[in-house]
Design a protein around this ligand. Structure first.
Ligand SMILES: [Zn+2]
Length: 146
């Protein structure tokens, strides 16, 4: 497996590990104001989506869809945001972010300037639901041939 020394996603998990599959892992990312922020990190060091084979793209997108579905079912967010930027860390990873109409940047991207104050009570309620969300997510991921 290609690893690049000094790449944060080759050297480290990149967040709290939720699920470890053969070709990818799912992590929970600590991003202030966004309690349900996950990443699907491809284990092989590739920078661009088109570097993956068609089969691997399909597998990775299925994993992203499973994470998304678990978030939708448990949290009923206003929207799920999917993004693969890699400008800061050019190691393929998909952001899967549950967005709420009360979050600090909604409806703008999470990287936009804040539009309102954080809602600590609502954030805490989402955080409290995450263990159950993640149990469901892992169960769904484990039941697939990833
Ligand atoms: Zn890497």
């Amino acid at each position: 497996m290609t690893r690049v020394q000094g790449c944060p996603l080759c050297d480290e998990t990149g967040g709290r590990l939720v699920h470890d599959a053969t070709k990818f892992r799912v992590i929970h990312a600590v991003e202030a104001g966004f309690p349900a922020f996950y990443r699907v990190v491809w284990k092989e060091h590739v920078a661009e989506w088109s570097e993956l084979s068609s089969a691997d793209r399909s597998l990775c997108m299925d994993a992203v869809a499973v994470v998304e579905q678990s978030l939708r079912d448990a949290l009923a967010p206003a929207k799920i945001n999917l993004a693969a930027l890699g400008n800061m860390v050019p190691h393929l990873h998909w952001h899967v972010i549950a967005r709420f109409d009360w979050d600090t940047r909604f409806p703008a991207p999470v990287w936009a300037p804040a539009q309102r104050e954080r809602d600590a009570a609502r954030e805490a309620a989402v955080e409290a639901a995450l263990p159950a969300v993640e149990r469901d997510m892992v169960q769904r991921l484990s039941s697939r041939s990833f």
